[in-house]
Write a protein that binds this ligand. Sequence first.
Ligand code: IPM
Ligand code: MN
Length: 352
Amino acid sequence: MKLNIALLAGDGIGPEVINQAVKVSDAIAKKFGHEINWTPALTGAAAIEAVGEPYPEETHEICEAADAVLFGAIGHPRFDNDPSTKVRPEQGLLKMRQKLGLFANVRPTFTFPSLIDKSPLKKERIEGTDLVFLRELTGGIYFGKRGREDNGNTAYDTCTYTRKEVERLARKGFEIAMQRSKKLCCVDKANVLETSRLWRETVQNLEKEYPEVEVSYEFVDAVAMRLVQWPNSYDVLITENLFGDILTDEASVISGSMGLMPSASLGEKTSLFEPIHGSYPQAAGKDIANPLATVLSAAMMFETAFNLKDEAEAIRKVVNKSLAEGVVTEDLADGGKAYKTSEVGDWLSANI
Ligand code: IPM
Ligand code: MN
């Protein structure tokens, strides 16, 4: 099979972790007889530096023309510490999500048997955790009207959702639930927010179409607590944009490191695959970042964008093997040998 993939390395550790995912994907392509055509494109701070904007039109055209997009990370401290900055790297990511119509962000949370003791949470609580968040990605407070009033002394960000936006996300949630344990949790704040009441109403209406799915409705604050207390009680969770952003960072603690969790952003056109972690600027250029979240994002890409399940499974298998044999970066080394980012990538591709 011919795979045309847009490669957006982005900022910070982005290029380093992306390189390992490319090595691993190329090894998979060789083993299974595929041909990957990578097309690199600029995004984030790197794009601002080169052409003055974080998601240039040329990058968008490359993404639209590709079968899938593999993405590294975005963000640079130079912009974070200056609230007056008008052009920010993160705007590139948001613009990309919006222009590619990537409305459903799939973020699985699972544990690795060999890492179960790495989590700060008790083993008996997290063992066997296997849940998936479906985070709405192109609406809500991220994209609502925002601004300043009162000579800059009052600021506002508005959260808006249409029934259509909620329905298409929820439908994906029901579909994923049907393929799993048929349990769906709608996360909201319907005791306070009108948008949450629209979410609840929309999901309740959909329940009739999926009678086999057992749906629960829980407030986001309670989910934040139960997620670390009884992660095993959840299977598929659907949530609006900001709640999903926060809860998925929290959930990554269950697996033991944020450097492990992949994601897929699905939409109307090309899908995008990226680690849930950020650009980790302190580690940039040091060859120490954990590449596994990006490598596992590539596995999701093979499976979701190309329906190549054996290829995805082969990646997961070799990742598990590296963890079991202690071929890990410093975040997981725990006093043992810490491998470099590039060494982990080399080991993974050599073992495929
Ligand atoms: C994420 C990130 C982004 C978000 C940032 C970089 C804009 O935190 O993908 O979770 O908030 O969506
Ligand atoms: Mn986030």
